[in-house]
Design a binder for this molecule. Structure first.
Ligand code: ADP
Ligand code: MG
Length: 692
């Protein structure tokens, strides 16, 4: 059969309806999909030995003749052994298979096979157990570097490898997306070579070349995608806001701004007066006072007659923002509205009507703001808080929604995103390649650093006494437990947290007021608990990570984190940022039963520094980028091979190349770049991160 890139896998021999469905679960429908499905690792099956020379205990290939018929013996119910004697020129070995009765017919006496497995036992009594084997004259999967694919039920590695091998020649038809000059300049292999060798490497060197080329390609597409987003923005027009004066805004504040806040406000004001849409990331440690800068931007927009939207990742946070900002804005005669899923239908209708009528100047909400039916009279600014919780797609969706009609075409609203997840600078530059970055590297004055301790289980009683003492002094405490907030494990985790809270109340602190809040509670109930905590009606709040973001209770002076080793350092740093917000000396106790040096050393970093950027660097170094970004959190396209932080130098190279290409070919227009444009679309679409 003539295979093409579009041939459905169900047309391949050996792929029936059931297997086709299983392959589909892996996202594999066509030959092209299959070629783009890269191995997760490799097994080196290149080493060949004779039976006598095989090093004991190491996996090698041995060519040998089946000296007799396989003998099947039933040891007991559920345990069958098949034994074959295999010989080569100078030795013999017993090959044993467990519970693989089909071997009886698969191995024929007198036939030569390659066995790949571990040889055990001294010469004379050599054995091999459950080896991979195939006839020597038809060897496909031995004597070479073998790909190991991510699998699913009903699809074995051999099946998948076999299918890939059948389709490998189609690699010649894959459209090359890297311009030839670029490939030359960066020493990158051709696509056909790369695809063939990523699946079935000729040798280590070929694999390295293939990987480098494909990784570069991914990073390059990624960088091009972000650069395109940026270019689209720079070419757009934004509402021109009257710069006003920062001083006029400052009189609304109950405190003098920090130098960093003042700088960011000036930067934002300049952006929004430029005529181009602002797209600025405000990155600053927890407690650095980012909200004020957002409030300033919204105030500026309102003064020029534009509405603003502030989107927060949780209801609690949205409600808190609405409260703080209402106070501030009322003094300026401006109106703040709140739109979350917790409102009744009638309330939502009301808010929407006011938005459409333009009577609300600043609307605060969750992603409910993204839902259909929300119309603005004159939206001029979109602020996204805790950006790391949102994807590029959502960011783009809200911005896209906000196209204003002004007669001669759309005006794009200004956007500001705020993030408290410090990302190492080099990385931020790339990850947020479509944004301008402001760094808030200064905390408001008068903060005493949070004292941080790492303790083991043996200190639990002491820790409880400490909680009691602080509560006795009038303070409040958080006790955070790790729990999955979504998916199958959520129920179990929830039960554990609920039980723990119950136990704390019943046995440890019967005389204190213990509360519980978690992500699965109804927004209303969550709100009630949080409000009670903020009002000082709860002494000890047991919580999952819902308290991680943005919550502001100045009287809370103690953060206890249970099973602290399960959190990333940056996340712990964020949790710690929930305390130390008032005038009281605050503490953070990280409880970990893990005695392992490594996890202790990791946690100790937090005790040593309060610098979010340093912590981020360490986190990145220790855990690798996968964990660092928590996969779901960074909202960037998932790459197949490359590792955004691990392959930093390649990433920088790819980014420079992308910049150069886009400088000479802005927009990547024309037939020549069609394959590249297609691949960029795919990359971002794979994560529902649309490019528009
Ligand atoms: P984050 O950057 O974590 O979002 P917030 O904006 O929530 O920080 O500010 C943290 C706390 O610091 C708030 O209670 C806020 O009122 C206060 N704050 C912000 N700026 C200043 C300042 N310049 N001086 C004193 N307190 C400030
Ligand atoms: Mg905040």
């Amino acid at each position: 059969m003539e295979l093409t890139l579009n041939t459905p896998l169900s047309a391949l021999p050996g792929v029936g309806a059931a297997r086709a469905r299983a392959l589909e679960r892996l996202g594999l429908r066509s030959v092209e999909d299959l070629l783009g499905y890269y191995p997760r690792e490799y097994e080196d099956r290149t080493r060949r030995h004779t039976i006598a020379s095989a090093p004991e205990g190491e996996a090698v290939c041995v060519a040998a003749l089946a000296a007799g018929p396989p003998r099947l013996s039933r040891i007991r119910k559920g345990l069958e052994l098949t034994k074959v004697q295999a010989v080569d020129a100078a030795g013999s070995m017993t090959v044993t298979f467990f519970n693989q009765s089909y071997i009886k017919d698969a191995i024929r006496p007198g036939e030569s096979y390659i066995f790949y497995g571990r040889v055990e036992g001294p010469p004379g009594r050599r054995t091999m157990t459950n080896p991979v084997f195939e006839r020597e004259d038809r060897a496909r999967f031995t004597g070479r570097i073998m790909p190991v694919y991510p699998l699913t039920a009903g699809i074995s590695n051999n099946l998948l490898a076999g299918l890939v091998q059948r389709c490998l020649d189609c690699a010649a038809c894959l459209p090359e997306s890297l311009p030839a000059g670029l490939r030359r300049d960066h020493g990158l292999a051709e696509l056909e070579f790369a695809v063939k060798n990523i699946h079935f490497p000729a040798d280590e060197a070929a694999l390295e070349l293939a990987r480098r080329r494909l990784m570069f390609e991914e990073l390059f597409q990624f960088a091009c995608g972000l650069a395109l987003l940026r270019g689209r923005r720079l070419s757009g027009r934004g509402p021109v806001l009257d710069r006003g004066s920062v001083a006029e805004f400052l009189v609304l504040l109950p405190f003098p701004p920090t130098g960093a806040q003042r700088r960011v406000m000036e930067e934002a004001a300049a952006d929004m007066a430029s005529g181009r849409p602002m797209n600025r990331l405000v990155q600053g440690d927890v407690g650095s006072g980012k909200t004020v800068t957002a409030a300033f931007a919204a105030w500026l927009a309102a003064r020029s007659g534009f509405q603003s939207a502030l989107m927060a990742p949780t209801e609690i946070l949205a409600e808190q923002h609405a409260r703080t900002l209402s106070g501030l804005f009322e003094r300026a005669g401006l109106r703040v509205g709140l739109l979350t899923a917790a409102l009744t239908a009638a309330q939502k209708r009301q808010v929407r009507a006011e938005l459409a009528a333009g009577t609300i100047d600043l609307i605060v909400g969750t992603h409910a703001l993204l839902s259909g039916g929300v119309e603005f009279a004159r939206l001029g600014l979109v602020v996204t808080d805790e950006q790391h919780r949102f994807g590029v797609a959502q960011r783009a969706a809200l911005a896209g929604k906000a196209v204003l009609e002004d007669g001669e075409g759309g005006l794009k609203p200004h956007t500001m995103v705020m993030s408290a997840t410090p990302i190492p600078r080099t990385l931020a530059l790339i990850l947020y390649g479509d944004l301008d970055v402001s760094v808030m590297d200064e905390l408001p004055p008068g903060r005493t650093p949070v004292e941080t301790f790492v303790v083991g289980e043996d200190k639990r009683a002491r820790m409880y006494r400490f909680v009691r003492r602080l509560v006795g002094e009038g303070r409040q405490a958080y006790v955070v437990c790790p729990a999955v907030e979504e998916g199958e494990e959520a129920a179990a985790g929830l039960k554990a947290v609920t039980a723990y809270a119950g136990e704390l109340q019943a046995k440890v602190f019967p005389d204190l007021r213990v509360g519980l809040v978690h992500g699965r509670m109804k927004p209303r109930d969550k709100e009630a608990v949080m409000t009670a905590f903020a009002a000082g009606e709860i002494d000890v709040l047991v919580a999952t990570t819902v308290v991680e973001v943005g919550l502001d209770v100045p009287n809370a002076a103690l953060m206890v984190v249970e099973n602290a080793e399960r959190f990333g350092l940056s996340q712990l740093h964020q949790l710690r940022g929930r305390v130390g917000r008032g005038k009281h000396q605050s503490y953070c106790v990280l409880v970990s039963a893990h005695r392992g040096d490594e996890s202790r050393a990791r946690l100790k970093i937090l005790a040593k520094t309060a610098d979010g950027f340093r912590i981020a660097e360490e986190d990145l170094k220790l855990r690798g980028p996968g964990d660092f970004f928590g996969r779901r959190q960074h909202g960037l396209p998932r790459l197949k091979l490359a590792d955004l932080a691990g392959d930093m130098s390649l990433l920088q190279e790819a980014q420079a190349a992308a910049k150069e290409l886009l400088r000479t070919n802005p927009g990547l227009e024309g037939e020549r770049f069609a394959p590249l444009r297609g691949r960029i679309q795919d990359l971002f679409a794979r994560n529902q991160d649309g490019m528009n």
